[in-house]
Design a protein around this ligand. Sequence first.
Ligand SMILES: *Cc1c(COP(=O)(O)O)cnc(C)c1O
Length: 466
Amino acid sequence: MSASKTGQLQRLDRAHHLHPFTDFKSLGEEGSRIIERAEGAYIIDSEGNRILDGMAGLWCVNLGYGREELVAAATEQMHQLPYYNNFFKTTHPPAVQLAEKLVSLAPEHMNRVFFTGSGSEANDTVLRMVRRYWALKGKPEKQWVIGRENGYHGSTVAGMSLGGMAPMHEQGGPCVPGITHVRQPYWFGEGRPAGQDPNDFGIECAAALEAKIRELGEENVAAFIAEPVQGAGGAIIPPQSYWPAVKAVLDKYDILLVVDEVICGFGRLGEWFGSVHYDLTPDLMPIAKGLSSGYLPIGGVLVGDRVADTLIEEGGEFFHGFTYSGHPACAAVALRNLELMEAEGVVERVRDDLGPYLAQRWGELGDHPLVGEARSLGLVGALELVDPETGERFDKALGAGNLCRDHSFASGLVMRSVGDTMIISPPLVISHEEIDELVDKARAALDATQRQLAVTTTDKIKESLT
Ligand SMILES: *Cc1c(COP(=O)(O)O)cnc(C)c1O
């Protein structure tokens, strides 16, 4: 695309398009990067730059770009039946087949799925289901849902209320009542409590959950919701001790476990679900993103037998659903996506080959002066940026993470920043060579960031002297 065409699109974008999670004014001043095409693990912008997509879109393009089989699945379904709903005792083949496939992949005790259009809608569904479940059980006072600080469960009103992102709560609140949050198992981010072993910290976080349950009263608590590995919060891998300790707490009390698999599901951690990796037995699992590799929007909630049986046997009509719940074209693409993942052994390859290889190569970045911690699990990874002088976080005002992200983009790698945490979540079909490229480009971005910050710091010192 010509430079003038890019400029024209940027002008129209600025004039008419409000982007998600964006400072509208500053984007207007800088102009958007326009992504035109993509293939494999690369996106290509309107200036012809090939950029390695270290984020798989938004944690979703698990099979990579340009998969003709997924395009064909959508096209065939659109010809056959572009839309019909699943309300009022009707359905269509793709929705039924996808439900059956999902159940075959899910933990044994999960045999039902409720479809939605997105992860946020899945979590809205979760909230309604857990409260409905307890009402049917004759315990309507079990209303409270406990989430975690800095957890992410979507951007609808229920999604953002279940999530623990303070800046989201501050806009458009108050949040849905009856939702509260406990401490996140983020050892580095919580200041690496002096001398404390991460596993002791993990147990402390589980104890905070128990304390919250006691404070609210077990008889008032409906569910605990968490991501196996926090994604949007900063690719936060909990200490090994955390999930077993949380399981022990939940086993003590009669509280539902909701495991948000929107990112961790479908191979990201080297198993079909994060719950399998951490040996969890969820009552509900919201899913989306990698379900269709992002080719079409679809989400859902996998429902364990305990909740499903009650809703079915005792519930009567459940007054909830979306026009696009189980949309035929989206379901057909998701089904084909899962079939391809199975046929190509994608999940096993993440577990046995790509995950360990990324852990080794990404781990090497831990020796960079700007990096206080390098961590990864499966194909999700993070770098914690620190001031080389002190080993502590930079002054927030420096925006080190954003600088690093911009250098990364400029060098041909999409790496995202969450504060001063750099995160990656590449397509699950990335090759060893592409992982090498990813690590090299991340290192180059760290170098460039370090040089820029050194200049900034020198300038500040000069300023203070004059
Ligand atoms: C992205 C995400 C959601 C929300 O999904 P949308 O499809 O954006 O509504 C929910 N939970 C988690 C863990 C996510 O990462």
